[in-house]
Design a protein around this ligand. Structure first.
Ligand SMILES: Cc1cc2nc3c(=O)[nH]c(=O)nc-3n(C[C@H](O)[C@H](O)[C@H](O)COP(=O)(O)O)c2cc1C
Ligand code: SF4
Length: 508
């Protein structure tokens, strides 16, 4: 007999297995788990991959896909008799406008370009290189011992690659020193930030590097179980991951890996929301503290890392922390930058952390047209003008100019783009993805989106009069990072491109 909490953890998986939320499936899952039907309705309806049973084509609404003609594509597909749904980012910005068929398989269109940094054994992640399934880094970590492993992580200066750039060694040490013996490692493979698609490439090309990094982390902090939470739309990637896990099983024993699929909610990329989802609940962020390192999954100490962070670990153990640090220019290590929008060869490029926009776009085949603006790290990073084209793209220097590197999903916008419309697209994203539990975020995202619509329709600058105050409320009063930064696209565009907002009023 499973414990009640273990039954609860199965709710989402069972609903998915039953084909989504219907009266019948809810009744069945309730009978099987003992969780009340009302609770199952409330949980299931939160997730877009299971809340509307039925087959449909999904077309991405992200900034890059909008710029690449997602609206026109939707009309074409509808004209072919397809049932279509517009969804938040699909992590395929290099193949914009990204579209998934009814089986969540990517539909690829002719003429798409795709880039990845060339094979170079000196690169820590080396996406184009051969896989090394020997797991010798794990063996080396066992020889070194836990403290020495964490010393190397500290010497490497590794910052979490999921968005916040928090130093990894702090989290490892924090979990290691907890009194509670039951601990977990979670890998955040939910990759939902518009503009970002690097974790997808790691899972497809170097899954063993990532699994080895996670196994080293688990061994070091004394965890027996690793949970990989991977976004449910990653059909190919899930296959690749499961194959690699089967190959790795004997090498990492007694550590076990469990794969949990996301069910379609951007907010579940936030670490505490992810934990709630793993526990079979609505993905609503928790108040912090306590931090997951103290009380995370099942209220036990939990080390969570992004896929790319985990992927850096084997190279650090093999070649030493100082070596890894030296791979960066202004901050430690190399970085997977995702480049999309108006560049000739969108893709993932591994470069020293701290390259500037011009260097990155040169790797991506150059600008397409005349660049107007760029968004350096996903929707949350807002828009920057081209005067920052030589600014190092790192955590600190982007924060200093009021933006962020985030997950390094960089989008270039050329002068054919209507910037106010680009802001609208980003605001719709946040409005749709807010989990709704705190008022400043729930109401603020909706308010900002409506006011920009009003400004566009009426050309009335007064529509935006309250925007700064609302943005401030959201930043100060939201529980999690989504609400705190959701006003950024509008704020940054008004700051750096005031003419885009003034001209509308004059035109009309
Ligand atoms: C709204 C929101 C969405 C996030 N989405 C992701 C995500 O998709 N993938 C990810 O690794 N981190 C994401 N994060 C960051 C995580 O909360 C967490 O900081 C990260 O997984 C920790 O791993 P790291 O230390 O390796 O960066 C998100 C944060 C917020 C606030
Ligand atoms: S800030 Fe927004 S997304 Fe985050 S917990 Fe509050 S309502 Fe949910």
């Amino acid at each position: 007999m499973l414990k009640p909490s273990a039954q609860r953890e199965r709710v989402l998986e069972l609903l998915e297995h039953e084909g989504g939320v219907t009266e019948e499936s809810v009744r069945k899952v309730s009978r099987e788990t003992g969780v009340p039907e009302a609770d199952i309705w409330g949980t299931g309806l939160f997730y877009t991959l299971i809340n509307k049973p039925g087959r449909r084509v999904r077309i991405c609404d992200g900034l890059t896909c909008q710029m690449a003609g997602a609206d026109e594509l939707t009309e074409q597909l509808k004209a072919q008799g397809k049932t279509c749904e517009r969804v938040s980012c699909l992590a395929q910005c290099d193949r914009a406008p990204a579209t998934l068929d009814e089986d969540l398989e990517l539909i690829t269109y002719e003429g798409k370009l795709y880039g990845v940094t060339p094979d170079d054994p000196e690169l820590p992640m080396n996406l184009a290189g051969e896989q090394d399934p020997s797991y010798s880094g794990l063996a080396r970590a066992r020889e070194l011992g836990a403290e020495a492993v964490i010393d190397q992580i500290e010497a490497s200066g590794l910052q979490g690659r999921g968005g916040a750039g928090f130093p990894a060694h702090f989290k490892w040490r924090s979990v290691l020193t907890q009194k509670e013996a039951e601990r977990y490692v979670i890998c955040n493979a939910d990759e939902g930030e518009p503009g970002t698609f690097k974790d997808r490439e790691i899972i497809l090309r170097q899954p063993h590097k990532m699994i080895e990094g996670l196994a080293i982390a688990a061994w070091t902090i004394g965890a027996n179980d690793i949970y990989i939470y991977i976004r449910g739309e990653f059909t190919n990637e899930i296959r690749s991951l499961q194959n690699a896990i089967s190959e790795a099983e004997a090498k990492i024993a007694p550590i076990k890996i469990h794969v949990a699929m996301g069910h379609g909610a951007y907010i579940c990329g936030e670490e505490t929301a992810l934990i709630e989802a793993l526990e079979g609940k609505r993905g609503m962020p928790r108040l912090k503290p306590p931090y997951p390192t103290e009380r995370g999954f099942r209220q036990k100490p939990t080390l969570m890392h992004n896929v790319e962070t985990a992927c850096c670990v084997p190279a650090i153990i093999h070649r030493g922390g100082e070596w890894f640090k030296a791979q960066g220019r202004t901050e430690p290590g190399s970085k997977l930058y995702c480049v999309s929008g108006h560049v000739n060869n969108p893709g993932v490029y591994e470069l020293p952390l701290g390259v500037n926009l011009d260097e990155l776009v040169e790797a991506a085949g150059g600008y397409e047209g005349t660049p107007l603006a760029f968004s350096p790290g996903g929707a949350s990073s807002g828009f920057l003008p081209m005067k920052y084209r030589e600014l190092p793209l790192d955590y600190k220097q982007l924060a200093d100019v009021g933006s962020m590197l985030g997950s390094a999903g960089l989008v270039v916008l050329n002068d054919t783009v209507n910037l106010v419309q680009a802001v609208q697209w980003q605001l719709v994203f946040f409005e749709r993805e807010s989990c709704g539990q705190c008022a400043p975020c729930r109401i603020g995202t909706r308010y900002l989106s409506r006011q920009v619509d009003k400004f566009v329709q009426l050309g009335d600058e007064q529509a935006l009069e309250m925007a700064d105050d609302v943005g401030w409320e959201m930043e100060e009063g939201s529980i999690c990072g989504l609400g705190m930064v959701a006003a950024k696209p509008l704020e940054s565009a008004r700051e750096h491109f005031p003419e885009a907002f003034a001209s509308k009023a004059r035109e009309d």
